[in-house]
Design a protein around this ligand. Structure first.
Ligand code: PEP
Ligand code: MG
Length: 372
């Protein structure tokens, strides 16, 4: 796996023996975070046992950004329908390629979780553009309408705002379009003799009702795809647990969710009150040096705070659904010390960047071996 480099054969076989030893010992499964077929294939080469997080918002950037912008600001259902109809075949192709790369392994696909500011034009830039056009006596109707919407939707803290399931519920048809693309791609691959295993995941859930609403839509789409394609699909519907409230309500949420995946990036932000995008956490480096905080939260898991929510959420979830599959897909999923913690509290898998998969396999093995 040293792509393109020449490496000593003895070293390769020593590493292979160590990996085999760790794989033989470990209980925890290791998946990868991947949202392109290239990353999925790389993850598989590194020994990932599935995709634990396919972030779909990345699939809407570039050429497709305009379609999402149309969806967000559309003033009527017809405009929204046109954008959704254009996105469906593109998304179907995205998922087809990922299912092909991961044939026979589970693929957790997270429905779009876009902070709005990534898809809308910058408020200041657009205001200046509109003002200049007006000054020239050449007002642009499209920009004027857009500016009205950008003002209406502007958020000071987009990462705490209209994201995830909240946006999915605000924009009718968006999550259904994605569910249809996932399930049609899966049905078509199954018809060719492959075994796609989609796990559809709902982001930023804070209440059971959100999950009920979206799940009902997904099940309706699935029933329709199964009927029209004449197949039975192997799929499940679950949720991210990435808000403290969701961790506290994990028992109720587990009644609706077939699996949980802890999003420790958002959980850390919410639990510590540090923005994951701004710089303030860096100012606290002296805190860690002087032991005022005992952990650097975005680097290594705060086992009593964020980890406490992971442990509690898992326990409460399994009280209601004993076979609940539980994973973690935040950055801590690839952090060695955090992996030991996740093993100890009984998670089923960790998911991390493809390049961290081998280390995660080793640490999952060490976590078991150190207790023998
Ligand atoms: C998380 O919050 O930990 C997570 C995996 O989701 P994202 O980083 O995409 O918000
Ligand atoms: Mg998140």
């Amino acid at each position: 796996h040293f792509e393109g480099e020449k490496v000593d054969d003895d070293l390769v076989s020593a590493v292979a023996r160590i990996m085999a030893h760790a794989d033989g010992a470990r209980r925890l499964r290791v998946r990868a975070n991947a949202d392109t077929p290239e990353d999925a294939a790389r993850a598989r080469r590194f020994g990932a046992q599935g995709i634990g997080l396919c972030r779909t918002e990345h699939m809407f950037l570039g050429d497709r950004r305009e379609l999402v912008e149309t969806l967000i600001v559309a003033e009527n259902e017809d405009d929204q329908r046109v954008a959704l109809d254009a996105l469906l075949p593109l998304q179907r192709q995205d998922f087809t390629e990922i299912f092909e790369a991961m044939d026979g392994l589970p693929v957790t696909i997270r429905l779009i979780d876009p902070p709005l500011h990534e898809f809308l034009p910058d408020l200041t830039e657009l205001s200046v553009k509109v003002a200049l056009a007006e000054e020239r006596g050449e007002p642009d109707e499209h920009d004027l309408v857009l500016l009205r919407h950008v003002r209406r939707l502007h958020e000071q803290n987009p990462m705490l705002g209209l994201r995830g399931v909240r946006l999915g519920i605000q924009i009718p048809g968006l999550f259904q379009m994605q569910a249809r693309a996932i399930l049609e791609a899966a049905a078509d691959r199954a018809a060719l003799g492959m075994r796609p295993l989609p796990e559809i995941m709902i982001p930023l859930v804070a209440s059971v009702r959100e999950l009920e609403i979206v799940k009902a839509d997904i099940l309706a789409v699935a029933a329709e795809v199964e009927r029209s394609r004449g197949v039975t699909l192997e799929y499940s519907v679950g949720t991210m647990i990435e808000l403290p409230r969701a961790a506290f309500l994990a028992d109720r949420i587990a009644a609706e969710a077939e699996f949980f995946s802890f999003g420790t990036n958002d959980l850390t932000q919410m639990a510590w009150g540090f923005s994951r995008d701004d710089v303030e956490a860096a100012f606290f480096s002296r805190y860690f040096e002087h032991g005022i905080f005992d952990v650097s939260p975005f680097e290594s898991l705060d086992t009593r705070g964020v980890g406490g929510m992971v442990e509690m959420g898992t326990r409460k979830g399994r009280e209601v659904r004993p076979d609940l599959k539980v994973g973690v897909c935040g950055e801590h999923g690839g952090d060695p010390r955090s992996i030991h913690f996740f093993d100890e509290v009984g998670l089923n898998y960790v998911s991390c960047s493809p390049f961290r998969v081998p280390v995660a396999r080793l640490e999952a093995g060490r976590s078991v071996l150190k207790r023998r």
